[in-house]
Design a protein around this ligand. Structure first.
Ligand code: GLU
Length: 478
């Protein structure tokens, strides 16, 4: 029975191992680009995460490839379903829906199989050092002026030593053994030639003594299994890439291309708390359009100009990792707000109709959009054009507005009504220029600025105009 279970476990593991590790290499021209965005569901996405998602998405779309969401939820204590959901929703809102989703918590069998393979190849080993022991070693190393790199004492343990430790109730954690003889080198698609000396790194712990997986190995196993061709992430992962490049090789897989994006800072220089929390909720509250966010994050920190686009297609087409700068990029919410306004001016009615008041049809939208900073502002204009507004107090123009009321042309009103009416008023009052036009705009719209009055007058209509002029021309109570 025991043998049977062991055999079964072996067969099960082998099947997974061959699934992960013995993928026959595809001829280069058949390899489909695949990228992944790999957040941990331990919090909401912030602008830095969203930028990594945007770049991965653009790159995959440009190459007709796949963009995957991988939830790095091996940290069971900190990962929650609510955060996983928020990540899905936020990506969907931003227009970055993934082609597929995997979550690491469901893939432990693959990681165990890979670890078994590394152990068999002498590239992973059990270690029993306690956190206190490791801490003490690091402090002694620092005191001696040495880098706090793990001393690999666990490699010297004999079978008898391990049996003794286990008899005392100690459980092993597992480390990947780095090859330290030569630097790890790659041509980073953002940073160019990159070298890391693995001797400066500790053999990373890949699996904890409680059986929990740490980030490093599962990420590689998944990248192999999912056929990831390009790993695009923040530059804080550069040392991890050196370790992971060795893991890919040790598992017999080809190493994906790496692209490490410069980090993002706020205008204050540091990724501030305020910016850190600038997630999709804050963007929605500021009425930022998803396509404006996309345009902004696609070009932030690149040599390409930040420009408004009505849809993603030209951004996908012009995207190039080679344009991404190495310098830290600054995120300025005000710049995004400005880009958003320029984006709104380009959007067609069909793109925004579901968020407009019903009164704003295609013609009114085209009339209004150039004056809006956000689509939400269209609601104010719906009131101006088809509803009620509070009349502004204009005591100094009361007499003039009374004249205007008296000269109000008869219906029907069209695009020529404004010029006819104001020409008559010019003759009647002798006013001209701003003194002639501005009080009318203010009384009729309640606004200092806005679209052409000639175009606004017909939708406002004679009845509303009459009432507004009457209210505004009322002499203030003495
Ligand atoms: N979960 C890791 C992170 O959020 C993923 C890094 C990666 O893309 O490999 O930093």
């Amino acid at each position: 029975m025991r043998l049977y279970i062991a055999l079964f476990a072996f067969m099960y593991d082998s099947a997974l191992v061959s699934h992960v590790l013995s993928r026959t290499p595809e001829p280069a021209h058949l390899i489909t680009v695949a990228t992944r965005f790999a957040p941990s569901p331990t919090g909401r996405l912030h602008i830095g995460n969203l930028r990594a998602a945007v770049v991965n998405w653009l790159f995959a779309r440009q190459h007709g490839g796949r963009f995957l969401l991988r939830l790095d939820d091996t940290d069971a204590a900190r990962s929650t379903e609510a955060f996983a959901d928020s990540i899905r929703h936020d990506l969907a809102w931003a227009g970055l829906a993934p082609d597929a989703e995997v979550r690491q918590s469901e893939r432990a069998a693959l990681y165990d199989a890979a670890l078994a393979r590394l152990v068999a190849a002498g590239r992973a080993y059990p270690a029993y050092d306690t956190p206190d022991e490791l801490d003490l070693k690091r402090r002694l190393q620092r005191a001696a002026g040495k880098p706090p790199v793990y001393d690999r004492s666990a490699l010297a343990l004999t079978d008898a030593d391990r049996a003794h430790l286990e008899a005392q109730g100690r459980r092993p954690h597992w480390r990947f053994r780095l090859e330290t003889a030569a630097p790890v080198e790659w041509t980073d698609l953002v940073r160019g030639a990159t070298h890391i000396d693995p001797a400066s790194l500790s053999d990373p712990i890949v699996k904890r003594e409680d059986g929990g997986w740490l980030y490093m190995l599962p990420s590689v196993v998944d990248d192999i299994d999912l056929g990831i061709t390009h790993v695009i992430r923040g530059e804080d992962h550069v040392p991890n890439s050196a370790v992971q490049a060795q893991m890919f090789a040790a598992l017999g897989a080809s190493i994906p291309a790496f692209a490490h994006l410069s980090l993002l800072t706020s205008t204050e220089g540091e990724l501030s708390k305020r910016l850190g929390s600038a997630g999709v909720d804050a963007l929605k509250a500021a009425n930022i359009e998803p396509v404006a966010l996309l345009a902004f994050l696609a070009r932030l920190g690149t040599s390409q100009p930040i420009e408004p686009f009505a849809d993603a297609a030209p951004l996908i087409e012009a995207f190039d990792l080679a344009h991404m700068g190495r310098a830290t990029a600054r995120f300025d919410m005000n710049e995004l707000v400005h880009l958003n306004a320029r984006t709104v001016h380009l959007l067609g009615h069909e793109a925004v109709a579901d968020r407009l008041p019903p009164a704003i049809g295609p013609a009114l939208w085209t009339l209004l959009r150039g004056n809006l900073k956000t689509i939400a502002e269209a609601a104010d204009w719906a009131d101006i054009l088809t509803g009620q507004i509070a009349p502004p107090a204009m005591p100094e123009d009361a007499a003039y507005l009374g004249e205007a009321l008296a000269h109000l042309p008869p219906t029907p009103w069209d695009a020529a009504t404004w010029s006819g009416w104001t020409a008559a008023l010019k003759t009647a009052t002798g006013r001209k220029g701003r003194a002639l036009f501005h009080p009318l705009r203010l009384a009729l719209t309640g606004r200092e600025t806005g679209p052409e009055m000639a175009a606004l007058l017909p939708p406002i209509g004679r009845e509303r105009s009459q009432a507004r002029l009457a209210a505004a021309s009322m002499a203030p109570a003495a």
